[in-house]
Design a protein around this ligand. Sequence first.
Ligand code: NAG
Ligand code: NAG
Ligand code: NAG
Ligand code: NAG
Length: 383
Amino acid sequence: MFLISFLISVVVAAPTDLLSIGFNIETVIKVRANLLQIATHSWEIGTALESLTELEWLSLSVFSNTFPPPTHLGLLNNATDVRSIATQIVQAKPADSLPFLDGDGAVGDPASVGVAVLLANWTRPDLLDTSISQAAAGQLQYLLQDAPRTPDGAISQRVDQVQLWADFVYMAPPFIAYYGALQGGDYGSNLLQVAYDQCRLYRQYLRDDGGLWRHITLGTGQDSSHWGTGNGWAAAGMLRVLETIRLSQSPFQFVEQQANLTSWIQEIVSAAWSFQKPNGTLYNYIDDDTSFADSSSTALLASVTFRIAALTGDFTYIPAANRALSVIESSVNADGWLLNTVDPETFNTPSQPGSYSPEGQAFVLLLQAAHRDLLKLLFLTRA
Ligand SMILES: *[C@@H]1O[C@H](CO)[C@@H](O)[C@H](O)[C@H]1NC(C)=O
Ligand SMILES: *[C@@H]1O[C@H](CO)[C@@H](O)[C@H](O)[C@H]1NC(C)=O
Ligand SMILES: *[C@@H]1O[C@H](CO)[C@@H](O)[C@H](O)[C@H]1NC(C)=O
Ligand SMILES: *[C@@H]1O[C@H](CO)[C@@H](O)[C@H](O)[C@H]1NC(C)=O
C-alpha cells in the first residue's frame, strides 16, 4: 500500500535531538480510518480532505514546491481518495445549489472541500467534463457575490445574519486563494488579494490585545472566549493562504501581504503557547484556567507551529510544539481515537465518553504530516 511505504520512507530516525518521532504507522492508519468513518458535516469533510492531502499526497498540497499540480496524475501519486470524495460531493450537489454541499447554515464551511474539488477538476481524466469546474465557479460566486458581508467587506460565516467566526478563516480563504493561484493572471491575483483581505478583516474584528482571537463576533450568539480551536482555525487558514500565495505566479506582488500573514500566524502561535500546561496541552479556552484540557486545539496549533517554523526557520516554539506532540501521542488510544477533545459542536464541553471529534482526528493527521515535513527538511538540509 502506497501510504505505508511512503510513511516508512519519511519516518526516519530523527536527525536532531531537537525533535522527537511522531506517531507510528499503524496508529496513523487507524486515526485516518476513524476520521473517514465519522466526518459528516461539511467542515469536517473539508478538513479531512486537506489532512489526507497533506499526509498522503504532499506534492499535491500547498506545502510542497510543486505548482500547479500535474494535469495527469501518475499511478502512484494520484490522490485517489481525495479526488474520489471530492468528485462524489460534486455529483451529489443539487443543481440549484451554488455551495458544494449543505453547510448547516454556515457560509464558509462548504467551501472547505473546495481545494480538493479544484484538484479533482485540474487532474480529471475526462477533459470534456466541465461539471467539477462549474461547481467550483458556483461555490466561488456564492462566497463573493451572494453571501452577506460587513460594511467593510468581511464575508459573513452565517447565512442568516452577518456574523464572523474564526473558523471561517480555515474554510473559505484557502479555497479562494487556491482558485486564484490556479487561474493565474490578473484574475488570479485579484482572488489572492481577496483571500488575504478576508484574513486581514477577520483579524481586525476578532483579535484581542495579547494576540489571541475571539471565537465569534457580531450578531446574535457571540462567543468572545479565546477558543483554542478557533485560534487554530485562524492560524492554520492563514498559513494555507500564505503558502498558496508563495506558490502562485505572482508572489512578488504580495510581499507585504506575506509578511503580514506570517506575523499574524506567529502572533497566535506565540500567544497560545504562553498558556501551555506542563504536560504540553492547551486549554479549550486558551487563557482561562477554569476551562479544561483540549487535545484538538493542541494538535492543530502544534501542526501550524511545525509548519511556520519550516517556512521561516524560526524555531522558538518548536519545544512547545514537541511537548504538544507528546501529549497528543499519549492521547490517541490503541483504537486510533483522539481522546480529551472538546465537543466540536458545543465548543465549551468535553466530548462525551465514547464520542469523538472528527476534526480532532483530522488534526492528528495534520500534526503528523507537519512534524514529518519539518524532520524531512532538517534531514535533507543537514545531509
Ligand atoms: C491510484 O494509485 C493507487 C496506488 O496508490 C493504485 O492502486 C490505483 O490503481 C491508482 N488509480 C489510478 C486511477 O491511477
Ligand atoms: C478546471 O481545470 C481546467 C484544466 O483542465 C482549467 O482550465 C480550469 O480553469 C479549471 N477550473 C477551475 C475552476 O479551476
Ligand atoms: C500589513 O499590516 C500593517 C500593520 O497591520 C498594515 O498597516 C498594512 O496595511 C498591511 N499591509 C497590507 C498590504 O495589507
Ligand atoms: C494535562 O494536564 C492538565 C492539567 O493542566 C490535565 O487536565 C490533563 O488531563 C492532562 N492531560 C493528559 C493527557 O494527561
